[in-house]
Write a protein that binds this ligand. Structure first.
Ligand code: MN
Length: 206
């Protein structure tokens, strides 16, 4: 099987009280695992596609055999998005990016200040209708923008590189926050791994 569940870089209860242990455990071992199982099953009869990276599969989605396009879109996207999502969180979070880090400068240049960025990101996350994600991405011109995607669509499908993303599917917050998505969004800002965000930003813009 080409894809396997990555180990979380922290314990299931490490993000308490912001994200609860039960949600993390079910999200990781059940939801993320299901995306991987479905993706592997779809690729089973196409060994050549197993050699490609997940990014490549999603970028070339429309060239894939028709019978697996939707499965790869939903479950390949699901695997990619969640793999990134776990890395963007840490129990040792700072409130903001390090002063004068590259991503700190870029956020301030693009959005004015950190608070304005946060406001725009929150608005995007709150207004995703149904299931989806809010993202801070580097677009094709190397600029930072905030976008939202439905379901498990990944920014790379539009040629954009995510450096931070928030899962706003109900499975990501319902056990603790029920219908109060804005409370979950506010809590999430306490667990962001800005060093990882900075690292990803540097990998993309050099
Ligand atoms: Mn999820």
């Amino acid at each position: 099987m080409p894809y396997t569940l990555p180990k979380l870089p922290y314990a299931y209860d490490a993000l308490e009280p912001y994200i609860d242990r039960q949600t993390m455990e079910i999200h990781h071992t059940k939801h993320h695992q299901a995306y991987i199982n479905n993706l592997n099953a779809a690729l089973e009869k196409y060994p050549a596609l197993q050699e490609k990276t997940l990014d490549a599969l999603l970028i070339e989605l429309l060239t894939l055999p028709e019978d697996i396009q939707t499965t790869v879109r939903n479950n390949g996207g699901g695997h990619l998005n969640h793999t990134l999502f776990w890395e963007w969180m840490t129990p040792r979070a700072e409130k903001e990016p390090r002063a004068e880090s590259k991503v700190d400068d870029a956020i301030k240049q693009t959005f004015g200040d950190f608070a304005k960025f946060q406001e725009q990101f929150n608005a995007a996350a709150k207004t995703v209708f149904g299931s989806g994600w809010a993202w801070l991405v580097v677009d094709k011109d190397g600029k930072l923008i905030i976008i939202a995607t439905p379901n498990q669509d990944a920014p790379i499908m539009k040629g954009m590189h995510p450096i931070l993303g928030l899962d706003v599917w109900e499975h990501a917050y319902y056990l603790k926050y029920q219908n109060k998505r804005p409370d979950y969004i506010s809590a999430w800002w306490h667990v962001i791994n800005w060093d990882r965000v900075e690292q990803m930003y540097r990998e993309i813009v050099g």
